[in-house]
Design a protein around this ligand. Structure first.
Ligand code: TYM
Length: 328
């Protein structure tokens, strides 16, 4: 069966970008593939070198994974730092990655701009660690949002290069997986591009109904459609992106027609989005509360996940040592 792996950094609660870009694919894939999902706590050190409480942050994501519907019986969940084998593979892969290509990665350039006093080597080799996360399980598919496309390109490059250098067909080239076959980018509702933790424009799975309504109603708009059937400006298209993803197709068509014949009232559109979002998030939020209270269960799930992930990674690293020529 094809293997699947993916992860999320524990730098805050899960938001709708994480949910629509990644986690709902995790839930969908667990029935069809051999899946493992993890919490990328090492990666968070690239931007948060002194994390407040890294273990409870990891538990938070774990509780949220479960609340979204990941079943650890089908798809083990583990914490990245519990699998030390990853680091050995990271080292070997780094030997084949070049400074120039790592420096050209857009997220590296962005982060270097955002934290000029901390342009660390971990940030530079972020894609290699991500490749190690994936290749250690020799995974075939990786569910991610649109912003991870370039990192995925690098992971394939790592796999290809290793195979070429050592003349083997060892690592499969991992493919991106998208929920509805198309890369998803959930926009921010403040008109600033994508929803993301560092931009402070997130709607979280933990938000209550009132907060969700407030955030949606505050979304940036313009003066309204000026001509029949005109293209939508970006901030309005962002609202329609939400509508498409959370509301029924006939509801989308209804508002689309209203836009086209210039009778759309943004207040109505926002209300619709807010209500549909509340209906989606409320049961998840309730389950998050339940799981978060059960630390013992969370720790047991993570320990079991670590065992499975370690065995899988150890087998790969063992083989990699043999291929390169080290003692096993
Ligand atoms: P991270 O923690 O930034 O985000 C986790 C996942 O959520 C998706 N995502 C979005 N998708 C659509 N619209 C958005 N606004 C949005 N915001 C976030 C991301 O695309 C991602 O899928 N490098 C990864 C973590 C990672 C990883 C891996 C992923 C480490 N190793 C191995 C896959 C495989 C990251 O920073 O994701």
């Amino acid at each position: 069966m094809e293997k699947v792996v993916s992860g999320i950094r524990p730098t805050g609660n899960l938001h709708l970008g994480n949910y629509f870009g990644a986690v709902r694919s995790f839930v969908k894939m667990q029935d069809e593939y051999n899946c493992m999902f993890f919490i990328a706590d090492w990666h968070s050190l690239t931007t948060h070198p002194k994390p407040e409480n890294i273990q409870s942050s990891a538990r938070t994501i774990l509780a949220e994974y479960l609340a979204c519907g990941i079943d650890p019986e089908k798809a083990p969940i583990y914490v990245q730092s519990d699998v030390r084998e990853t680091i050995e593979l990271y080292l070997y892969l780094n030997m084949n990655m070049y400074l120039g290509e790592l420096e050209r990665v857009t997220t590296f350039k962005e982060k270097a701009r955002q934290q000029p006093d901390n342009v660390n080597a971990g940030l530079l080799t972020y894609p290699t660690l991500m490749a190690a996360d994936i290749l250690q399980h020799r995974a075939n598919k990786v569910p991610v949002g649109k912003d991870q496309e370039q990192n995925m390109e690098m992971a394939r490059k790592c796999a290809r290069r290793f195979n070429n250098i050592y003349g083997v067909e060892f690592f499969p080239e991992p493919e991106n997986f998208y929920f509805a076959d198309k890369a998803v980018k959930i926009p921010g509702l403040d008109g600033s591009g994508k929803m993301g933790k560092s931009t402070g424009n997130c709607i979280y799975l933990r938000d209550d109904d009132k907060t969700i309504r407030k955030k949606v109603m505050r979304a940036v708009t313009d003066n309204g459609p000026e001509a029949m059937n005109s293209p939508r400006p970006e901030v309005i298209e962002n609202l329609f992106t939400f509508l498409k993803i959370v509301s029924a197709p006939d509801v989308y068509s209804y508002f689309d027609e209203k836009w086209n014949d210039c009778t759309l009232r943004y207040g109505d559109l926002k209300k619709q989005i807010a209500e549909d979002l509340c209906a989606l998030v409320a049961p998840i939020r309730e389950r998050i509360e339940e799981y978060s209270a059960n630390t013992e269960l969370l720790d047991r799930i993570a320990a079991r996940g670590a065992e499975v992930a370690r065995a899988s990674a150890a087998a790969t690293v063992d083989e990699v040592r043999r291929i390169i020529g080290f003692r096993r």
